[in-house]
Design a binder for this molecule. Structure first.
Ligand code: PMP
Length: 304
């Protein structure tokens, strides 16, 4: 039983690890990151990066946090900002679901939706925070793609948590990659504990990384390696598996109606990847897959 918590932020982490009863001689467990208070795995990195900025003096009481986020990192920053009393400005792309924009606003964040322009354009949602920071006193740009506290947060909290919950028996780890923070941080921790553990990154077939620099549009949110990000540490990743929109979306209803996991689109991609991987597993293998966010934010777009 969890003890009473005196601050909402102390409720981040310690998420359940639940067996998925797939037809396999190996055991597959899902880490239910959608049960974090802000609804996703990104609560962990938001809290960690904000507290690092506080410690280093880059973020001062009453200041403003700015972030470019396709969704969950922004939502988590908005929630942590609300609890800690910071103003929050989020820039996002036109692709972000309406539910996510409303969630950001509910937490009190100012949301700026940017046009779908080239990455080099200053109006692109990844670049606009730089201009906003210049004109906003006491502001801090979280910068999840280039802030190494992002993978470090997963190295310091999620990795050890999975190791403890599996009592060191984990043999394979699957996570969707966007910035690469999750897979790189957890991967580094698990490899240090046992180099034989297989670390498998799930990417989008049309991403910058999967297409070797010729990306095409895709609909999944949160997942997809579209940057040469220092947060992605390929040295701890054994394999990249790429999944299409159609493959992810086809898994969503099945995972909810057959097993009770209501997943976001990156969870659909991870579920597809593990289904296809079952043939490579053997008795005694213990797999942990990450379900990063809930299907609640995707009902009108991806569930029919
Ligand atoms: N799934 C979802 C739903 C996400 O929002 C994110 C964050 N972009 C990821 C997976 C990937 O996490 P990371 O950025 O740590 O690679």
């Amino acid at each position: 039983m969890r003890k009473p918590t005196y601050n909402l932020l102390d409720a981040i982490g310690n998420t359940p690890l639940v067996k998925i009863p797939l037809d396999s001689s190996a055991e597959i467990f899902a880490k239910l990151e959608y049960l974090n208070p802000g609804g996703s795995i990104k609560d962990r990195s938001a809290l960690f990066m904000i507290e690092e900025a506080e410690k280093s003096g880059r973020l001062k009481p009453g200041g403003t946090i700015i972030e470019a986020s396709s969704g969950n990192q922004g939502i988590a920053v908005a929630m942590v900002g609300a609890v800690k009393g910071y103003k929050v400005i989020i820039t996002g792309s036109e692709k972000v679901s309406e539910e996510k924009v409303k969630t950001l606003k509910a937490y009190g964040a100012k949301v700026i939706i940017c046009p779908n322009v080239d990455l080099k354009d200053p109006k692109n949602y990844h670049n606009l925070p730089v201009a906003i920071q210049k004109e906003t006193p006491d502001s801090f740009f979280l910068n999840q793609y280039f802030n190494l506290a992002n993978p470090r947060s997963y190295y310091e909290n999620l990795g050890p948590e999975i190791w403890r919950q599996t009592e060191g028996k984990i043999t394979h780890f699957f996570a969707a990659a966007g910035t690469g923070g999750t897979i790189s941080g957890v991967g580094k921790f698990l490899k240090e504990k046992n180099p034989k553990i297989k670390i498998i990154a799930v990417d989008v077939d049309n991403s910058f990384h999967a297409t070797r620099g010729n990306p095409k549009p895709y609909k999944m949110e949160g997942i997809g390696i579209d940057f040469e990000s220092p947060c992605l540490d390929e040295s701890v990743i054994d394999e990249f598996l790429s999944v299409s929109d159609e493959q992810s979306f086809a898994m969503l209803k099945k995972m909810a109606s057959k097993y009770g996991f209501l997943l976001g689109t990156s969870g659909g991609a991870v579920a597809h990847a593990i289904q296809n991987y079952l043939g490579k597993l053997k008795k005694g293998d213990m797999v942990v897959v990450i379900f990063s966010d809930s299907g609640r934010a995707y009902l009108s777009k991806n569930y029919y």
